[in-house]
Ligand binder design. Structure first.
Ligand SMILES: *Cc1c(COP(=O)(O)O)cnc(C)c1O
Length: 371
């Protein structure tokens, strides 16, 4: 069986050493030394400041909305945020969970990220924020989005769960917007088993969020904010530090997988398959390899055909979130629906052998060309 993804498991010896340290210190959570060390290493590696580690990517989104004043405890207000329907459910469900109505704007047909001209059309007096997604690690049109936000006095929170380590015009993509969030779930490129981070533009917002993730407690007898528990623990940080140490070889193995897939598609499937158009000043982090086929029927034929041969593909992201009843969306996003029905992600992970890659490629070519 070739699964669509495999969590990266770093050196067990090294992890054991970190765990020995945790046992010696008997400090398991609450901003421990490993969480502090991982924070520093991530800030250095990513080239950012004001990074806050949290327990998962979904809470990273929720804390970011709270810290930036997008969600409100005033029940008379009905805040809205404009977001993309072509993403993982957590982008939109986290808004709804925070009492913010997600308003879906359609994506660009080539980049599959929010199209700025559709954002503008979706703005109402209730709009408080834009929540774009750098989907599959592709940079959104960050300059246009920042401009729209400035003109309309909106906050921008990027869901950068796929964009770990992506640079845009030579600098971290995470520097755009008021905040960007990362997910460190086991299936992501860089992971801490479960985990996430928020990168804030401003130090004040980081300080607000720091209080929020620890129940709003600021001292032995002081509670300053309405808070929640969203802390990362020392075992999560230990895993992160180990994965970090091996990131270079992990990344180069993944890039090689994506390079070989891309070559095969260009040579043999250029008329059957559409690839995502990357912004030409964006670095690629080889987090995913999505392909868009000609029809949904073709997708199901390929998916089921490969399943029979023990190769797992996944319909990331289907369905388009504007069709999910929970969100009561009035606008139908036709481009997102069309891409969403026809997209498949191929297996990408560091330990995928060349032989397995060749098998994926030849099965894909056979099935996509027939039927
Ligand atoms: C994985 C993911 C999340 C959620 O992150 P968790 O760490 O699993 O909570 C949010 N948004 C996107 C786009 C994701 O892919």
């Amino acid at each position: 069986m070739i699964p669509v993804t495999k969590p990266y498991l770093p050196s067990r010896e090294k992890l054991d050493k970190y765990i020995d340290g945790i046992y010696e210190r008997e400090w398991l959570t609450n901003n421990g030394p490993l969480v502090q060390e991982l924070t520093k290493r991530l800030e250095e590696y990513l080239g950012v400041e004001n990074l806050l580690l949290v327990s998962n990517g979904t809470l990273a989104l929720q804390i970011a909305y709270r810290a930036l004043g997008v969600s409100t405890t005033n029940r008379d207000e009905k805040p809205e945020a404009i977001t993309t329907p072509f993403t993982f459910i957590a982008t939109a469900s986290s808004l709804k969970w925070e009492g913010v109505e997600p308003v879906f704007a359609d994506i660009h047909p080539d980049t599959w990220c929010l199209d700025p001209k559709n954002i503008e059309k979706a703005i109402t007096p209730q709009t408080k924020a834009i929540v774009p997604v750098h989907v599959f690690g592709n940079a959104c049109d960050v300059e246009a989005i920042d401009e729209i936000a400035k003109e309309n006095n909106l906050k921008v929170i990027y869901d950068a769960a796929h964009a770990f380590g992506v640079n845009y015009k030579g600098e971290s993509l995470l520097k755009y917007g008021d905040a960007s969030i990362l997910s460190f779930h086991a299936t992501k490129l860089f992971h801490t088993i479960e985990g996430g981070a928020i990168v804030f533009k401003r130090k004040e917002d980081l300080e607000t969020a720091k209080k929020m993730i620890n129940f709003g407690i600021t001292g032995p007898d002081a509670i300053e904010e309405l808070g929640i528990n969203a802390k990362m623990n020392e075992f999560q940080a230990a895993m992160g530090l180990c994965v970090m140490d091996e990131l270079k070889s992990n990344l180069s193995a993944r890039s090689e997988v994506c390079r070989r897939y891309k070559e095969a598609v260009m040579v043999s499937l250029s008329s059957e398959v559409q690839l995502q158009s990357y912004h030409n000043e964006t670095s690629n982090n080889a987090a995913y390899f999505p392909v868009v086929l000609k029809s949904e029927r073709k997708v199901l034929d390929v998916l089921n055909g490969m399943q029979r041969k023990n190769t797992q593909l996944r319909r990331y992201f289907y369905p388009s979130l504007d069709t999910v009843p929970e969100f009561e969306s009035s606008e139908m996003c036709s481009i997102s629906n069309s891409i969403s029905k026809r997209v498949l992600c191929l297996p990408v992970y560091a330990s995928l052998t060349e032989k397995e890659q060749d098998r994926v490629i030849s099965e894909l070519i056979d099935l996509a060309k027939s039927s």
